[in-house]
Design a protein around this ligand. Structure first.
Ligand SMILES: [Zn+2]
Ligand SMILES: [Zn+2]
Length: 329
């Protein structure tokens, strides 16, 4: 049977020869595209705001099995030339090459994420404090770096407010704020308290919008503090997982529950720097029961010889004077 179109070649596909069959196929057509692009983060709106490259959008949009393309951008207009190798019928002996062009118009816009960030949107506030103290500059800087590195890809902090007593971080999501608080707790020790209030309704998702206040407080004890614990003075050397105390004779590692108990029994308290004096003193003489120390002002003083410390004449020791007692630190 001959092709009913041209009558010259043998019919092969649906009563037509292959060239006539391919001729009868619709031309390649790809519709033009308008794409919003976030001017802050370059996200593209393709179905939704996506962190996707222009190349990926073109591939998804053209959506053909076998094709090449070339894109030329002039300002906000991209012209895409497409060459496709098409198979319309299983009896085709070779691919049919079709060409077309389409344009992509880019429209500067602001994605949801960035517009929220810029408008100061937040779902939760993380308040970082230290019990009974204000945060020092070093503590603020350390906390800031821990908080920032806790952020996952889509999270953001829309505002940071430095207050006299500590820092407030305004988080895009409660989950991100809570995560940051628990990472702080793990690294620095302290207490996390979370509270949430329903402030509205997300109509799209049909769920309550909650606003969270998350308080992370560092324990009041910080390295370098002097404390009076069960009638002995110690220096705080660590305060993360447990309270770690040390003086010249001994060391104590106290769990936080025990710390609370001792505080309630009035057996543990922080000494303010005006309550004690710390001196580097040189040993002038050692007797079986006493040592003679020289204070920095060249005043000398006899003191009870410490039990657990080897004192040597000529060496320097750190001694803390509190009330009528001296403590070897
Ligand atoms: Zn034909
Ligand atoms: Zn954006």
């Amino acid at each position: 049977m001959m092709c009913f179109q041209c009558g010259k070649r043998k019919a092969r596909i649906e009563g037509l020869c292959e060239p006539c069959f391919l001729e009868s196929q619709p031309p390649l057509f790809i519709r033009n595209l308008k794409l919003a692009r976030c001017r802050e983060c370059d996200a593209l709106y393709y179905g939704s705001w996506r962190d996707i490259s222009l190349e990926e959008v073109i591939k998804e949009h053209v959506s053909l099995e076998d094709f090449d393309y070339r894109a030329e951008q002039h300002d906000m207009v991209i012209t895409v030339s497409v060459v496709a190798r098409q198979w319309f019928h299983e009896k085709q002996t070779h691919a049919f090459v079709q060409q077309t062009q389409f344009t992509i118009h880019l429209k500067p816009s602001l994605c949801n994420q960035c517009s929220r960030m810029l408008s100061g949107y937040y779902q939760a506030v993380l308040q970082v404090r230290r019990q009974h103290h204000t945060l020092t500059e070093e503590e603020r800087a350390l906390i800031d770096s821990i908080v920032v590195s806790s952020l996952r890809e889509k999270d953001f902090i829309s505002r940071v407010k430095e207050r006299k007593e500590g820092t407030d971080f305004y988080f895009s999501t409660s989950r991100a704020a809570s995560r940051a608080a628990h990472i702080l707790k793990k690294q620095l020790g302290g207490v996390v308290r979370e509270s949430y209030a329903i402030v509205g309704m997300d109509r799209q998702k049909g769920v309550d919008i909650k606003r969270g206040t998350i308080l992370f407080s560092l324990h009041r004890y910080k390295p370098g503090d002097m404390v009076l614990c069960q009638n002995e003075v110690f220096e705080v050397v660590g305060s993360s997982q447990k309270l770690h105390l040390r003086n010249g004779h001994s060391e104590k590692v106290v769990p936080w529950k025990k710390v609370e108990y001792l505080e309630n029994q009035n057996q543990l308290k922080t000494l303010s720097s005006s309550q004690y004096t710390m001196r580097d003193c040189q040993i002038i003489d050692v007797t079986p029961s006493q040592v003679l120390v020289m204070l920095p002002d060249f005043e000398t003083r006899y003191m009870k010889r410490p039990k657990d410390i080897k004192v040597k004449v000529g060496n320097w020791y750190r001694i803390l004077f509190f009330q009528e007692y001296a403590y070897w630190m």
